[in-house]
Design a protein around this ligand. Sequence first.
Ligand code: PBG
Length: 309
Amino acid sequence: MANRTIRIATRKSLLALWQAHFVKEQLEALHPHITVELVPMTTKGDVLLDTPLAKIGGKGLFIKELEQAMLEGRADIAVHSMKDVPVEFPEGLGLTVICEREDPRDAFVSNNYTHLEQLPAGAVVGTASLRRECQIRARYPHLEIKVLRGNVQTRLRKLDDGEYDAIILAAAGLKRLELEDRIAGLMSPEDSLPANGQGAVGIECRVDDAELLALLAPLDHYESRLRVEAERAMNKGLMGGCQVPIGAYAELQGDQLWLRGLVGRPDGSEVIYEEMTGPATQGKEMGAEMAKRLLARGADKILAEVVES
Ligand SMILES: NCc1[nH]cc(CCC(=O)O)c1CC(=O)O
């Protein structure tokens, strides 16, 4: 594998660039004779920053342009936040690596409070995620939810400008950007069940490039893969991505996997929850089974309504 160059397609947000550098550094350390370059690009999701995610529709809003670059040979790999990666891939591409997962939890961010419980009636909470919205509304119906879009820095600025009393962000993103001190409180999975793949970085590439696959393989983290694959299998069964009110979260307990999932109405009036434990290597089957159980309990109706609204 002489002197090969690996080009990483990446979005231009600080978080995306951090994640691309994170992969670049590991590849360069593992394979001193290869060169790794970043190919930054803008995606549809970056342009449509003020529209609620569920309304823009179209899966893979943040990754289509990156995939196009790989298919056309302008890039070799794409580094993604797993939570933004659709469950299906275009012909010829696949998710070949899941890196070790960062903190998967949601973070409560506020300059005045440390937990949703403390917020007075009418306080304004910012999020663009229907998953976060439905869980907050179900438990705290007296709070107001206001759409919050933009990259992590923009969201924090909007909080500091006083538009919101608190906002919810993924802990992983804040930690990676060295903004951990902005986390007022970490939300347990019971408080806010994370999105599938939250906190994990994955690598997508052309599946026919055996040499490349071999170079990437050492970055794969088995435990993280088991968890994320189970979560994604659940979302796949529900045909939902990051833009729908679905939470999916798996934890390893020895050789067992504990998978929790929910689908909720964005207004919080209904949250359907299921959990299951089984052999860690059966995550995909468990995810599919969980999806079936959720659908049988009415998740199909909720999801259809969200897509139509
Ligand atoms: N949908 C945007 C997005 N995609 C990944 C992260 C955070 C990092 C991660 O989950 O790996 C975020 C921001 C957020 O939800 O706060």
